[in-house]
Design a protein around this ligand. Structure first.
Ligand code: GLC
Ligand code: GLC
Length: 619
């Protein structure tokens, strides 16, 4: 009997045809030489068709809506909030109870930190996943997850979840079969019979967790294998050179998409492809895989976008947003790690020259179909990703400056305002990273008034830069460091837990009363997000250009909107600063209206005065 093609099937064929040129050339380059390639290709198309077939009607409508409004995630109304479910409010049901709070803050994008079923015990904060199709039972059920996703959608909020691509927990079903000797599943991972190859690879690999998980391989005498474990011992790296892995992950992606996920945060993507003699980070194949994955989402779940997590140097990071032949086809979002690092660097030195140099030299003024995820703090440590070349360009020694930043934010540098904790000191390279909450690193213990201003300056900065600002849970209330992790044996070895506190709901509930630092930071952040939403020049597609304002204490950048320039000015010091009115005018400002405070700015004696830690969005 002839099969009739429904309108739905036709739509799938159209979507497949649209994205086929983005997908198949990548797959051919990656896997085309293998004899099983044609079989893999057929299976993949089948999986995509099934994903589409399973997609609920309301999500298909959302696909259509976002095809019609492809800039939906670039609009100034977007504002993200990032949290661990248990630390925020216990469970998924608890999250539902607190959506009013998020709406009050102005949030339209919610990142639920790892929520899929992790291994028992230490799971690297949930990044060691043993089942991609189940919700962490400590948080609730898949039905509850879907209820959260539906509730968010009703409120016009997008849902972001983590998808760990580089590794699974060693307790994942694939890993367990591999450990039992099943050759099919051993090929899902990178397993070696002898230490010879691992030794060769180690010659050029770097260490992610030198302190508590040294080396990139683990020897399991009981399995008789050396297994690639870039991160922790329990996180086994997947073998992306095996198309079966690609297929499995696409099925997982579509499964999550069909549960109502809008943004897939693809974790630790830089590490996905291994090549002997390299650092095995950001190899060209990584970008082919990521372009192919995005094409798969566009075919079977077009409403879904990808956030790529690659915390690397500027030149290495940009390709994750699609450069060169991947232009417009790779990550829709990637973390702007440099903006974050440079914020902290300029805050410590009270000097924006390095920041201006890095942002002006390495970052294009616009991207195609993509934008940045902008943040000041997240759940991870801060690595001082400042290259020797960039430091030298402004007369600094890279090594000394990175050391200075670690000491400053650890709290040992004389005169520092910050209090943080060291993370993963690498004795070999001298590399030191820093953990700590926004408030503690901004000096809340030493001078709460200045800390409040520093936090609001940071939030105003990420709200004005092109992209989506991400507020990390607690930073809207100036929550300080939480030393409690030291008493938890699963966490004590990992200082990142110092900035993963439990939400303080008493503080949150008092946010509209009084003048505590928490209440002021909440109301200030809320005002920033509201003003952002009302300022069309902050649309992510509007070019960003960093400029010199003639005062090293002030970061200045233009948003070159068709309706006129917006000039962002940020005073990185606790002192008043002045800018000549003529300079400000020459940067495209004529009305002297501050969109952030929604007030007129007056020049006195030809000078614009900026109070300590001022943030101004001048038009
Ligand atoms: C990412 C996560 C980090 C985790 C690592 C390994 O970098 O942000 O928390 O430790 O991946 O999954
Ligand atoms: C990621 C980042 C690294 C971070 C680590 C763990 O791999 O690249 O900077 O420290 O995860 O947090």
């Amino acid at each position: 009997m002839a099969r009739t093609t429904s309108a739905d099937d036709q739509l799938f064929e159209l979507r497949l045809a649209r994205s086929a040129p983005d997908l198949f050339p990548m797959l051919e380059a990656l896997y085309g030489a293998r004899p099983d390639y044609p079989v893999f290709r057929d299976k993949l198309v089948k999986a995509l068709r099934k994903g589409w077939g399973d997609r609920p009607e309301d999500l298909k409508r959302l696909d259509l809506q976002r095809d019609l409004e492809p800039d939906w995630f670039q609009r100034p109304g977007m504002a993200g909030y990032v949290f661990y479910i248990d630390r925020f409010n216990g469970t998924l049901e608890g999250v539902l109870d607190r959506l009013d709070y998020l709406e009050d803050l102005g949030i339209t994008y919610v990142h639920l930190m790892p929520c899929l079923k992790p291994r028992p015990g230490d799971s690297d904060g949930g990044y060691s996943v043993m089942d991609y199709r189940q919700i962490n039972p400590a948080f609730g059920t898949m039905a509850e997850f879907e209820a959260v996703s539906a509730a968010l959608r009703t409120r016009g909020m997008s849902l972001c979840v983590d998808l760990v691509l580089n590794h699974t927990a060693k307790e994942h079903a694939w890993a367990k079969k591999a450990a039992k000797g099943d050759a099919t599943y051993q090929d899902y991972y990178l397993m070696f019979d002898t230490p010879d190859m691992p030794r060769l690879y180690e010659q050029t690999l770097v260490e992610v967790f030198p302190d508590n998980a040294p080396g990139n391989f683990t020897h399991y005498p009981e399995i008789g294998k050396w297994v690639w474990t870039t991160f922790n011992e329990h996180q086994w790296d997947l073998n992306w050179a095996n198309p079966a892995v690609f297929l499995e992950i696409v099925e997982v992606m579509l499964f999550l998409a069909n549960k109502g996920v809008d943004v897939l945060r693809l974790d630790a993507v830089a590490f996905m492809w291994k090549r002997l003699g390299t650092r095995c980070q950001s190899e060209p194949e990584v970008h082919m895989i990521l372009q192919a994955l995005r094409a798969c989402s566009r075919i079977a779940s077009a409403a879904v976008i990808h956030l790529e997590e690659a915390i690397v140097s500027p030149s290495e990071m940009l390709p994750y947003l699609g450069r060169g032949k991947h232009d417009g086809k790779e990550g829709n979002l990637a973390y702007h790690n440099s903006l974050m690092v440079q914020f902290w660097s300029a805050l410590a030195t009270r000097d924006t020259r390095l920041m201006t140099h890095v942002l002006a030299t390495h970052f294009p003024d616009r991207l195609t179909n993509a934008t940045y995820a902008n943040y000041i703090r997240c759940h991870d440590d801060i690595g001082w990703a400042v290259t020797d070349e960039d430091a030298a360009a402004v007369g600094l020694s890279g090594h000394s400056h990175r050391n200075f930043l670690s000491d400053f934010y650890e709290g040992t540098f004389p005169g520092t305002f910050a209090k943080g904790a060291l993370f993963q000191v690498n004795e070999l390279t001298g590399d030191k990273r820093i953990s700590g909450s926004f408030a503690s690193l901004a000096g809340i213990a030493q001078d709460p008034e200045l800390a409040v201003q520093r936090i609001l300056m940071g939030h105003a900065l990420i709200a004005a830069w092109g992209g989506i600002p991400l507020i990390y849970m607690g930073d809207e209330l100036a929550l300080p460091n939480d030393e409690g992790y030291l008493a938890n044996p699963d966490h004590a070895h990992d200082s990142r837990w110092i900035h993963r506190p439990r939400m303080d709901w008493a503080l949150a509930d008092a946010r509209h009363q009084g003048d505590t630092p928490a209440a002021r930071v909440f109301r200030g952040t809320k005002a920033i997000l509201a003003r952002r939403a009302a300022t069309p020049a902050l649309h992510a597609a509007v070019p960003v250009r960093v400029v010199a304002a003639g005062n090293d204490a002030v970061l200045a950048f233009q948003r070159l909107a068709p309706t006129g320039t917006l000039l962002g000015l940020f005073n990185f010091t606790e002192h008043w600063q002045h800018l000549p009115e003529a300079v400000v005018r020459s940067l495209g400002v004529s009305a002297f209206h501050d969109e952030l405070s929604d007030a007129h700015v007056e020049a006195h004696h030809g000078q614009i005065a900026l109070p300590p830690y001022a943030r101004v969005w001048l038009t």
